[in-house]
Design a protein around this ligand. Structure first.
Ligand code: MLT
Length: 304
């Protein structure tokens, strides 16, 4: 019988598949031949002798020691695309939050508590403090046209934006799914120079760390709005903060938090909420369990 060590809470959509195939699974196993993990960091984990594979219910694999896995012949799976819709929806929220001061406006209205019938009138008096531009007719630059970037680009077209996508490794699948109207560039500077809004959707690697940095920001339009819902480190935080302080960057919305950013009034930090929907948790757990079972039963590597 196969034994699967669980890290994090894994949705029943995945656990039911393990149960169906009579796999034993638990967070307490000490000897196991597979791991099913969400975002727990496995770098310090002592692998048991019989470990054959690790399935990550999510897209990024930064929490997995890939080099160690390669050395030991342990196959690593992830679930690209399984949470892409959830992340896309949050990016669209981020796009709107970067433009319209929804958080400031809502917080202002809360300060009016206790004013009874006057609240609505008082609230309106403050509204000019929270105005912001429409996104329709503006240009969105999408850095990275994978499962999430393509969905964001297509949705932005539907919202009336002009969209430019950049990806040096554009896959055939992504190219086929890109909606008419999304312009493509192989030159990152086009994104920096032409966009009113820039959103990053690439994995974090040595070659992408700080892909939005001082040099790129200097080329951007004044008042650019930058979004990072992919990985912490893709945007050079010091450069972004310098941009916010000089006014070059009107707003930075990110799914990651830091002490320095919290001190910035024009930065909005979220707690890595991108994939936090029940639908996405089900999709990721299901796909990860399927990959894991397929490998253990047939040796087929569906995605690694
Ligand atoms: C991912 O890598 O799948 C997303 O960042 C969400 C997550 O880590 O759970």
């Amino acid at each position: 019988m196969h034994q699967v060590k669980l890290f994090n809470k894994i949705s029943n959509a995945g656990l039911d598949l393990l149960k169906k195939d009579s796999y034993e699974y638990s967070e307490d196993l000490t000897d196991y031949d597979a791991i099913l993990v969400r975002s727990a960091k496995l770098h310090d984990l002592e692998f048991p002798k019989g470990l054959k594979c690790i399935a990550r219910a999510g897209a990024g694999v930064n929490n997995i020691p890939l080099k160690k896995c390669t050395e030991k012949g342990i196959v690593v799976f992830n679930t690209p695309g399984a949470n892409a819709n959830a992340v896309k929806e949050l990016v669209l929220c981020g796009l709107l939050l970067s433009s319209r001061d929804i958080i400031g406006g809502a917080n202002w209205v809360k300060t009016l508590a206790g004013n009874g019938d006057q609240i609505s009138a008082l609230a309106e008096k403050g509204k000019s403090n929270f105005a912001g531009p429409e996104i329709a007719g503006k240009t969105l630059g999408v850095i990275g046209l994978g499962a999430i970037g393509v969905r964001v680009a297509n949705a932005a077209i539907e919202l009336g934006m002009d969209v430019i996508g950049y990806d040096p490794y554009l896959s055939v699948n992504a190219a086929l799914n890109i909606q008419r109207g999304v312009a493509y560039t192989a030159n990152l500077n086009d994104i920096f120079e032409k966009s009113d809004y820039i959103t990053v959707h690439v994995p974090l690697m040595d070659s992408t760390r700080g892909i939005v940095g001082e040099e790129g920001i200097a080329k951007m339009k004044d008042g650019v709005r930058i979004l990072n819902f992919a990985r912490n480190g893709l945007c050079d935080e010091d450069a972004v903060i310098a941009g916010l302080e000089s006014g070059k960057v009107a707003c930075y919305v990110t799914d990651f938090a830091s002490e320095k950013l919290l001190a910035q009034p024009k930065a909005i930090c979220l707690p890595h909420l991108g994939a936090s929907t029940p639908e996405s948790e089900d999709n990721c757990a299901r796909m990860a369990a399927e990959e894991l079972i397929e490998y253990l039963e047939t040796g087929t590597i569906r995605n690694s």
